[in-house]
Structure formats: C-alpha cells, structure tokens
Ligand binder design. Structure first.
Ligand SMILES: *Cc1c(COP(=O)(O)O)cnc(C)c1O
Length: 457
C-alpha cells in the first residue's frame, strides 16, 4: 500500500460550495460555449480549473493582511517580501509585480531583441506570448520524454542539452539572450528538472555568455521531486535544495499565485544589477513603484509569509502526494494519464481517452466539458486549443492533447479527490458516447480563455 499523508492542517473557516443537477450542468456548459473557462464559479462543485491564485491562505497569512502598510512608497511589507525572496530563493535583487506575467513582460522587454531566440523546456502560454510580442522566437529544447505521455521517467522536464547546443551552433549565442528553464514544467504535466540538469544548463550557458532565467512558478514542488528522486538529496531539506537550484540561475520570474500560496502576486528576481536597474525603470510604467509593483502592502505581506510556509516539509509532502493520490486512482482504473504524475495536476491523455476523435475534433476540450456535465468538476483543456495558431495561421498540433485536473493548494480533501476519480473513471467506461467539438468563436491571442465551441453532430 502506498502512503498518502493526511492533511497537515485543520480547517478554521468553511466555504460552502454549490451543488447542481446534471440537467443544470448540461444547460450551463452549453451557455458557456463548451469552454470551462466561461463557466461561473457558482456552477462548479469541485474547481480544478487551475492552481493559480486558488490556494487557501493560512491563519498567519490572513492575519498578515491586517498589517498591510499601504503607504505609496517604501512600505514596510515590501521590505519583508524582499527579505523573504532573498532568504528563500537567494537572488540579490527583487522587483514585485502583480503576477507572473507582469514579470515576464518586464524580462522579455529588457532582454529580447527582434530576431532573438529563446530556448525553453516546453512553451508556456503567457511566457511565449511575451517573447513573441518582443520579437523573439521560442525554441523548444525539452527532452523528448517531455512530449511522451506514457513514458515514465523521473525528470521529464529536463533540458535536452544536445538540442540546446545545436540551437547555439545554428543561430549563434549572440542571438540567444537567455534560456528560460521552467521548474517544474506546467505544460508537460508538472514534470520536474533534475539538479544535475540545472547544473549542466548553467555550464553550457556560462560558456556561451547566455543568461539562465527560471520560470520559478512551481520551484518548491520541483525541489521536493529532487529530494524524492535524485541521488544525494534525500537527506537535504526542500529549502536547501531550492537554494541550490536557484544558485544555477541568473534570475527568475515568479507567479506568486502558485508556490507562494497567495491569491495574487509575483516578482522578477535577478543577480545582475544592470537588469535590475532597467526593471525598476520599466516597472513604473506597467505595474507601479518598484516597492509595490501592482500589489497592495497587505498582498506583499501575505506573499512573504507564503514563501516561508511553502518550504515547510509537511506542507510540501502533502501537496505533492495528494496530487499523486488522484493520479494513482485513475491509473489503477486504466485511465490514460501522463506519467509520472507531476506536482500540481493530473493530466489525462485525451488523445487516447477519446481515440475515436481526431485532434481537429478537439478531444481535450470535449472531455473537459463532459467531466463538468458528469460531476460538476471543472478542469481545463491543454491541447490544440491552448497551443493556438502558427505564423501562417494554421493550428499548431501539440503532441500532448490533455485535460488538466489541477489541484489548488490546501483547499480540497482526499474525499474530494475520490469524487473526481469516480467521475472520470465512469466517463472512461462510457467514453464512446463523448462527441467532438468545433470552434464557433475564436479570438486572435490566448484563444483558450474565451473561445466558444459547439458539438459536432
Ligand atoms: C501561471 C504561470 C505563469 C504566469 O503567471 P501568472 O501569475 O498567471 O501571470 C508563467 N509560467 C507558468 C509555468 C505558469 O504556470
């Protein structure tokens, strides 16, 4: 028997959730254009749309809201946040932003010039959008296993060092301002990067004068996987591992809405003083003073507290293992999922789940809609709809066509995970009845958020 640790917290405040009937849900998803992003929160029973900004804050974080210093400049809370980032992540300079993409915007504007290439271990939607808006071209350098849902490997988020070197040889290091390394890789299923790989990426980059910038969004989860899976790290604390990981980077963008356990917030951190100076010049245009970056004082205080809580050993073990529990239940019933289960979500392989549909029939979008109708569980598509169109206007066809069941931090119990598992298993047994979808409205960028669909009859 596998061991899944019980919640290392007790519940102090209760939030009631709506219960709906299947008839109501059929109507609701139709009105939402079969896009789970367009459902209202009160139509949803268990909300696994995202782990972004959906974490439950601790009593200490709620208390910290009361000591928000809402001075326009030089807020006390800013110094707390700066100290937390320096202590836990180890970078020299910090610029707060309203969320992760605010940091991505600053980084991309500062570092990318027209015609540059930005290698990365698989794309992420907002990251790639900012690179493109600044004239850069994203190049995928993740190891092949990252794209293969059924291959079980410990570090499927690793950078393929040969692919990285080939890109340098082909376009020249001067066309590559930085490599963006995501720890963990969201779009590959929350797959981690090994410490050994991070070290080698740093070596190659240093030799070629290329900066290493992490997308640190789920770096604490990544550190936990290193502790579990990489030789020599089993006796180190997650906090120590995290610090070492960060020592192989020149900086990072961070979405505080994930591993920092807050509902809003983010930052850009770096060791290079020149980049910092430029970032402080730009942040005032897009976010606010370098001492608040679009955040209220109380938000910065809550994020500082969340940063310390995120490396608590009991918290992070429960976090990763609760997600694994859901994945194990599905896998045991034969449901095709990405293996191994990553840090924040279980990804259902919708291509094999709905093997009677072609990718043009949007299998992951269709499955997400079907799960909602079955049980009121909200998930999201991560496949052809999320991948968008290429420069010629054709659909990109990602190898991974997935439905993401994303687990908010400290919000749901194991009993909730059982409701989700029972529903998905039920649908798997009746999968032939699920029809494909087609677009009826499609916006030009980040189309997955607001597109509308209709069933193909
Ligand atoms: C969420 C996320 C971002 C963007 O952060 P926001 O806070 O949503 O703006 C960037 N990269 C990854 C991997 C993410 O998951």
């Amino acid at each position: 028997m596998k061991k899944y640790p019980a919640e290392p917290f007790k519940i102090k405040a209760v939030e009631t959730i709506e219960m709906t009937t299947k008839e109501q849900r059929k109507e609701a998803i139709k009105e939402a254009g079969y896009n789970t992003f367009l459902l209202d929160s009160d139509q949803v029973y268990i909300d696994l749309l995202t782990d972004s900004g959906t974490s439950a804050m601790s009593d200490k974080q709620w208390a910290s809201l009361m000591i928000g210093d809402e001075a326009y400049a030089g807020s006390d809370n800013w110094y707390k946040l700066e100290k937390a980032v320096k202590e836990v992540y180890g970078f020299d300079y910090v610029v707060p932003t309203h969320q992760g993409r605010g940091a991505e915007n600053l980084l991309s504007q500062i570092m990318i010039e027209e015609g540059d290439y930005i290698p990365g271990n698989m794309y992420f939607t907002t990251t790639k959008a900012h690179q493109k808006l600044n004239g850069g071209k994203f190049v995928d350098v993740i190891v092949d296993e990252g794209h293969q849902p059924s291959v079980d490997a410990p570090f499927k988020g690793n950078v393929d060092l040969d692919k990285y070197q080939e890109l340098i040889d082909e376009v020249g290091a001067d066309k590559i301002p930085y490599i963006c390394v995501a720890v963990t890789v969201n779009m590959a299923g929350g797959q981690p990067v090994s410490m050994d790989n991070l070290k080698k990426v740093k070596e190659i980059s240093e030799k070629n004068d290329i900066k290493v910038m992490y997308d640190a969004t789920r770096c604490v989860e990544n550190a936990y996987f290193i502790k579990e899976r990489e030789d020599g790290y089993e006796d180190k604390t997650v906090a120590e591992i995290l610090k070492e990981m960060m020592s192989y980077a020149d900086g990072c963008t961070m979405s505080g809405k994930k591993d920092c356990l807050v509902n809003i917030g983010g930052f850009l951190a770096m060791n290079d003083e020149d980049i910092y100076t430029e970032a402080t010049q730009l942040v005032v245009v897009y976010e606010g003073m370098p001492s608040y970056g679009g955040l209220a004082g109380r938000d910065m205080e809550a994020m500082a507290q969340g940063i310390y809580e995120s490396v608590d050993p009991n918290y992070i073990e429960h976090r990763v293992k609760q997600v694994r529990y859901l994945g194990d239940r599905l896998a045991e019933a034969g449901v095709p999922i990405i293996k191994p289960v990553g840090g924040h979500a279980v990804f259902i392989d919708a291509k094999s789940f709905l093997s009677h549909l072609s990718q043009d029939q949007l299998p992951a979008q269709a499955l997400a809609a079907a799960i909602y109708v079955d049980s009121g569980v909200r998930s999201m598509e991560r496949g052809i709809v999320s991948a968008g169109r290429d420069a010629d206007g054709n659909h990109c066809y990602p190898e991974l066509e997935t439905v993401r069941l994303t687990i908010p931090r400290r919000v749901y119990t194991y009993a909730h995970m059982d409701v989700v598992a029972d529903s998905v298993i039920n649908l798997y047994e009746n999968r032939d009845s699920i029809k494909g979808l087609e677009f009826v409205y499609e916006p030009p960028v980040l189309r997955f958020f607001t597109s509308r669909f209709a069933p193909i009859e």
